[in-house]
Design a protein around this ligand. Sequence first.
Ligand SMILES: [Zn+2]
Length: 147
Amino acid sequence: MTPITHFCFPLICAMAVDSPRGWQDPPAFTKRELIEIGIGGMLPDIIDPHLSLALRLGSWTHSIIFVLLIVAIIKIMDVHHSCRWQHWFVFAVGSHLFLDALSGGVRLWYPAEHVVGGTLIPFFLWLPIDVVCASTAYFLWWRRFIR
Ligand SMILES: [Zn+2]
């Protein structure tokens, strides 16, 4: 998947699931928190960029080790005071692995060779999925902050 989908997918989930209780309530997350969650979704590719599937399959950031490292960093450094935000940030990193597992696979138990997932979402669908994700994220953002 592309960084656009990796950014938008956790953002969409956070805005859709963790929405305000009613239309009069303030948003559950601030704009900054939502953008941080989106960046969390791109984090494995930001820290270890790659252009080919072979390089992704050799990437330690696309493994459970990286997710556990993120959990440890957040907990040890107390990166953010909101426990809800911490959970959503870890979800965002995990969603990256999930999406990449559907679109080529990941070595979840790196350095073990076993590949989890496969090409369930072919490459030609990546761009349309980007458009759908970006449009949905923009709509939810607009409904929450601009409307
Ligand atoms: Zn990736």
